[in-house]
Structures are given as C-alpha cells and as structure tokens.
Design a protein. Structure first.
Length: 303
C-alpha cells in the first residue's frame, strides 16, 4: 500500500498529541458541509504565539493507496509544528476510491484548502502562506494542489467556499506518484490478479485510458510560476519507483520552478532522517516565514 513505514518532519517518532503541550486541537471540522467522516479535517493551533500575527499553515494529506489511511496519521507531524508556535497545522481526510472514484479525492482536498482559507481570520491563519505536505498517495494529491494552482482544472464543487483559492505557497512531496502513464502497481504486491489501486482510483484501467491517467498525473500540470516543491524519495522504493521523483524534478527544472530533491539512498517506501527533517524545516521557514536558509539536495541515508 502507499503508506510510509516511518515518516516524520521535525521528529523521528510520532508521539501522541496529548504529549505535545501547548497545542489546541479542533477535530473533525466538516470542510464540505457534510457528515461524511472522510470530508473532515483536524486543525492544530499553538496555545501561545511569539506575536499576534496570523500563522502560516502546513496541511498534511495521508497516504494509503487512495483507499485507506487516516487523517490522524498527521497528528504528530502538524501537532509538533503547532507546538513550535511558528506554524498552524491541519490534517485532512478525503473520500476513498472505493467510495467515490477520481476526481473526488482531489476535489475533497481542494475543498479543504478553500475552507481553511475562508476561515483563516477565525483560526488566526495567514491565508497567503499555506503549504501542503503528503506521503505517497497523499504526496500525489499534495502535488496536484500545488501544481494545478489557480487554474481550477481540478477544483470541483465541494464545500461552501467555491470562490476561494486553493493555491498554496509550497509543496512537500514524500515519495508521491507523479506520472500514471509510466507507473503501474507491482504485480507481486497485488492481493489478486485484478488488484490495482491506480485502476481502482480512476474507476477504469489506467493503461487503457491514457487521457484519464494523464489528467490525474501531477506531471501534466507543471507550468512556470508553480510553487516550490521539496521532494524526498527512496532510491529502492518498491511501490513508487524513484524514477517518478526524477521525472518530477526534470519537469520542474524545465519550467524553471524551484525543486529540491533529496534521494534517500537504499531506502524503500518510507524512511527517517534527522538531516532530512532539518532540510524540510528550512524549506518551510524559507517559503512560509521568509527565513533565509540553504536547502541542501545531496543524497542521504536512513538514520
């Protein structure tokens, strides 16, 4: 499945949110005006702030092959960011492919971004400083939010804030699929001969429907002016091949979009590295808080 075995930003373990003092949690906010638990988000705010200025927001999208996972997977990540006092954090749920096929997943995620922007003043958020981060399938959705931007190609009609922008300032992509036309689900990992999460997501076989697969591929949306993208990907990833990250980086370079790829040497579908955490934090500080810092891109190994 498209899940990280071990993922963290600012932390190497994911503690229970109760262990993070100074964090106020607002759970199960209905961003689409429904009671569907897959159309809700959790928001994490610091009890105390260095000043009274609106906070930049980091939005997390969980992985799980678009058919499983939980928004609570991001609690430790965005909760600790909120505990720092420098950020707010949100973790969003979205409808799974067996409930609703593509493009419901990206419509939900964009509706969540619009909801947060529409309510930024109430929550003390800076609507001009949103980042989106995701692991695996969540990385795929995070990339689509960032690269589709304000074109509204994938906007959908979910939620109560249709006129708000779903644009973000930067993207953190953790081993997300980039191009469905050059990727398939490994046969050895299928539960049955017909088990293919890509096909299940699209509602049709990707190989036989290239136009549909193209519209669901972040690579198709890369254009000049897109927000900066930070990517970390294991070179031995058995689920989402490392070549996907290389293709993304090439596309960003050709469009003159800032891209920062860290190759995790020998790592599979999930990894941990304190040095990588620091790079990601430098990226967030630079593009959300205007704090200067060099973002290294040399390969790393698991701690």
């Amino acid at each position: 499945m498209f899940l990280a075995k071990s993922f963290a930003l600012l932390l190497l373990a994911t503690p229970c949110l109760a262990e993070l003092p100074g964090v106020v949690s607002k759970l199960n906010l209905p961003y689409a005006g429904t009671r569907d638990p897959h159309q809700m988000l959790d928001l994490y705010l610091p009890e105390k702030r260095p000043d009274n200025k609106p906070l930049p927001l980091v939005i997390f999208i969980h992985g799980g092959a678009w058919r499983e996972g939980n928004k609570r997977d991001g609690a430790g990540l965005v909760g600790q960011l909120a505990a720092s006092g420098n950020f707010a954090g949100a973790s969003i749920a979205y409808r799974f492919s067996q409930e609703k096929p593509w493009p419901a997943q990206i419509h939900d995620c964009k509706a969540a971004v619009r909801f947060l922007r529409a309510n930024a003043k109430e929550f003390g958020l800076d609507p001009e400083r949103f980042a989106v981060s995701g692991t695996s399938a969540g990385g795929h959705l995070a990339l689509l939010i960032g690269l589709d931007g304000d074109t509204r190609t994938l906007e959908g009609e979910e939620g109560s804030a249709p006129k708000e922008s779903s644009k973000v300032s930067c993207v953190l992509n953790w081993f997300g699929p980039v191009d469905f036309l050059t990727m398939d689900w490994p046969a050895r990992l299928r539960k049955t001969a017909n088990d293919n999460p890509l096909d299940e997501l699209l509602g049709k076989p990707a190989a036989a429907n290239p136009d549909l697969a193209r519209t669901a591929s972040p690579f198709s949306y890369i254009t000049a002016g897109d927000p900066p993208v930070f990517t970390a990907h294991g070179t031995a990833d058995p689920l989402v091949p490392y070549k996907q990250a290389l293709k993304l980086e090439e596309g960003l370079k050709n469009a003159k979009v800032p891209g920062y790829l860290t190759a995790m040497e020998g790592a599979g579908h999930g990894f941990q590295s304190q040095a990588l955490n620091l790079r990601a934090l430098t990226f967030l500080n630079r593009y959300l808080r205007d704090v200067p810092g060099e973002i290294a891109t040399t390969p790393l190994r698991n701690d």
